[in-house]
Write a protein that binds this ligand. Structure first.
Ligand code: SF4
Ligand code: SF4
Length: 472
């Protein structure tokens, strides 16, 4: 039985409701009146139900599909402007007791070299990341109660926040670790994490259990109810996602939106972010083993419909995607991207070598952060290193009400300019700096409030004179 506010996984992600939704969407793929009605409603930017979104995803009318893409672009522009928030993953440990069949960290993989960073190695990695210009990290670690207990994660977070190196600082640490207890979520909250991120991989219980044959992750309910426990532990910014390509994209797309609806209806705050990784090649993993791989055209449509269905939720894409694919999805809805990423343990200090073989997946976009920043500037985007909200206590429902009223843009836009300025002063190559300076001069004119503009100009001057860390 489908119950959106239930605390039981199989009720808020109802298999029957997903199947009925997919059948309904398929039956209405050519239903012009229905699709037009949904698009009209979506214009209000208040989001859509999972059923309405599924109909848009299945729409086979070319003119209405074009209208959908156009709407996704306009919603993206309205809520996120031309700002793109930058982050980098930091892999702490690839020890893992789980048997996920699509991930090379699964415990049976003997080809991979197992590594866990010491606190000193974390310091070195973070200094390397700071020297690139990063301010926002996503911590990644396999599940292993002996090698990666919660105390290790908490100590690592403290280490990271404590490092002050030249003008660098990591100002927001997001955490992507295995589902855990309310008590541990409270500890993560108290350690000052930004977003807690956990991907569902697939919402199909039967397939989920096959893909996770052993280890604690095998427990579908424990994993699926993790965000509820995180909320109970005081974490109100949570990031969800699926690994597209495991089940059919239609099934997981509907499941993902049902999960977002569950969080919004139950806790009054939907997911802070949605990530859209696609299955890709890695050691001991062959994508040919998976028959549901998502082609580019469908992937782009998924991003566009998510943008329309949950306008207030940030959307993240990693370096798994090529620069070409990233360019397309930035336009349609993605608001955060990683740059200069290494997906191996210790990979920022020491470039991964063949014999190391410790990375989680192959990277498609191998450019440096400076190259990614220059590329974004060329495309007309403002790369933003902003971390202001979490540090100003704007999280959960306080954050969402600012986003929904559109007021957040009054912070995001000037914050993007001042954090870009810091990046240009401290880390950019001369060519990137020139592009960035021109972008800031141009975009300052787009700060509508005169008082805010004057303050931003003052902050920019102070940054030139060596001061750092301003925010709105
Ligand atoms: Fe471990 Fe996560 Fe990889 Fe599964 S996906 S094997 S839990 S690191
Ligand atoms: Fe994100 Fe808040 Fe900064 Fe905007 S002001 S970019 S929402 S942290």
């Amino acid at each position: 039985m489908y119950k959106v506010t239930s605390n039981i996984a199989e009720e808020f992600i109802s298999h029957d409701e997903i199947n009925e939704t997919m059948a309904y969407a398929k039956a209405h793929a050519h239903d012009r009146a229905l699709i037009e009605g949904i698009l009209n409603r979506a214009e209000e930017c208040k989001g859509l139900t999972h059923r309405e979104a599924a109909v848009l995803l299945d729409c086979e009318l070319p003119d209405l599909t074009e209208r959908m893409y156009d709407l996704a672009r306009r919603i993206k522009q309205r809520f996120y402007g031309n700002r793109i928030v930058m982050f980098a993953p930091l892999y702490l440990s690839n020890y893992c007791v789980n048997g996920c069949v699509y991930c090379p960290y699964h415990y049976r993989n003997k080809n991979i070299r197992r590594k866990k960073l010491t606190q000193d190695e974390i310091r070195q990695e973070v200094i390397a990341l700071q020297d690139m210009g990063h301010k926002r990290l996503a911590l990644e670690a396999g599940e292993d109660p002996v090698n990666n207990p919660i105390e290790y994660i908490l100590e690592s977070i403290r280490t990271i926040y404590d490092i002050k190196h030249r003008n660098g600082a990591i100002r927001r640490v997001n955490v992507n670790i295995a589902a855990t207890t309310v008590e541990n979520y409270r500890k993560l909250h108290d350690a000052g994490i930004g977003t807690y991120i956990l991907f569902q991989e697939t919402y199909n219980k039967e397939l989920y259990e096959q893909l996770h044959p052993t280890g604690p992750k095998h427990n579908y309910a424990w994993h699926t109810e993790a965000m509820d426990r995180a909320m109970q532990g005081g974490i109100d910014d949570v990031g969800i996602g699926v690994l597209f390509g495991l089940d059919t994209y239609r099934y997981d797309f509907v499941g993902l939106l049902m999960h977002a609806e569950h969080l919004e209806t139950t806790y009054g705050v939907g997911p802070h972010t949605i990530s859209v990784p696609r299955l890709c090649k890695a050691d001991d993993i062959d994508t040919a083993d998976f028959s549901n791989c998502v082609p580019d055209s469908v992937f782009h449509k998924i991003v566009a419909v998510i943008r329309i269905a949950v306008p207030y939720t940030g959307m993240i894409i990693s370096t798994r995607e090529s620069s070409r694919s990233r360019e397309r999805v930035l336009e349609l809805g993605v608001s955060q991207i990683s740059g200069g990423s290494r997906t191996s343990v210790g990979g920022y200090v020491r470039e991964e070598r063949e014999e190391d073989n410790s990375s989680q997946f192959d990277i498609s976009d191998r450019r440096t952060l400076d190259e990614v920043v220059a590329w974004l500037l060329d495309l007309g985007y403002i790369p933003s290193f902003c971390t202001a909200c979490y540090r100003a206590g704007r999280t959960g429902d306080r954050f969402m009400s600012l986003v929904k009223s559109g007021q957040i843009a009054n912070c995001c836009h000037p914050n993007a300019l001042i954090t870009l300025k810091e990046y240009l002063q401290d880390y950019a190559s001369p060519t990137t700096r020139d592009k960035g300076v021109a972008m800031i001069a141009h975009e300052l004119q787009n700060v509508p409030n005169e008082k805010v503009r004057k303050t931003a100009e003052d902050f920019l001057k102070q940054i030139e004179n060596g001061k750092r860390d301003f925010r709105f």
